[in-house]
Design a protein around this ligand. Structure first.
Ligand code: PGA
Length: 252
């Protein structure tokens, strides 16, 4: 059985007091309302990780970062290493989000290093992939996404690969209010799973959670999560409200 996962990507939002309230609300509501077979992860701005992790400590809610540097340590002003995250007890990190690929020019090759250093430090990568609208319109979306996965993940041993979570996030659906239809999501998730199977075999591919991200909300999560190859969501905007985030987590 694959893990069902709903991860919130807070992006660059929330000041300290609001971050703590949101995290406490999610922790309390999750304990009361969300089935124990759904893994909840809060990916907060780095500056809130420690506080949120402490609030989530004795709960089933996990905490993740939104990025880490590709090197272990050194002269990289402003950056945060995977070992620093591990030292705080952070279990997850979003890697390769399209905003980082676009605004910070992260490449598949650099992401390979980030995936490696995260795994080396015992941190699970939530690895993002996804195409632009022009790529979809040209019909190259499957090949583009498969290339992202091949170039950043397919060097991994089977043992390491099994630790990775994948998030398919069509760029045209992120923060736009336009969601991929459940048919479009299922079609891509199936294509991704077949691609993983071609490299690691069907049983490994069947064990990997593939999340959908892009304007996922309480009113469309149920239909998306009902798709056989959609194992949960990476939630941006709707993760900033505890009620919406929890309702999404209850949509399986
Ligand atoms: P959104 O963002 O839910 O606000 O579209 C998703 C994401 O970027 O992870």
């Amino acid at each position: 059985m694959r893990k069902k996962i709903v991860a919130g990507n807070w992006k660059m939002n929330k000041l300290q007091a609001d971050a703590k309230s949101l995290a406490s609300e999610v922790v309390n509501m999750a304990g009361a309302e969300v089935s124990s077979d759904v893994k909840l992860i809060l990916c907060t701005p780095a500056i809130h990780l420690d506080a949120v992790n402490k609030l989530a400590e004795s709960s089933a809610v996990s905490v993740g970062a939104q990025n880490c540097h590709s090197k272990e340590s050194g002269a990289y002003t402003g950056e945060i290493s995977a070992s620093m995250l591990a030292d705080l007890g952070i279990g997850y990190v979003i890697l390769g989000h399209s905003e980082r690929r676009e605004y910070f020019h992260e490449t598949n090759a650099e992401l390979t290093e980030k995936v490696n250093i995260s795994l080396k430090n015992g941190i699970t990568p939530l690895f993002c992939c996804g195409e632009t609208l022009p790529q979809r319109e040209k019909g190259i979306h499957f090949d583009f996404v498969k290339q992202q996965l091949t170039e950043s993940l397919f060097h991994l041993s089977e043992e390491d690969f099994k630790k990775v979570v994948i998030a398919y996030e069509p760029i045209w659906a992120i923060g736009t209010g336009v969601t991929a239809s459940s048919a479009q999501a299922q079609e891509m998730h199936k294509e991704i799973r077949n691609h993983l199977a071609s490299k690691y075999g069907q049983s490994v591919a069947d064990s990997i959670s593939i999340l959908y991200g892009g304007s996922c909300k309480p009113d469309n999560a149920q239909e998306l999560f009902a798709c056989p190859d959609v194992d949960g969501g990476l939630i941006g905007g709707a993760s900033l409200k505890s009620r919406d985030f929890i309702d999404i987590a209850k949509s399986f």
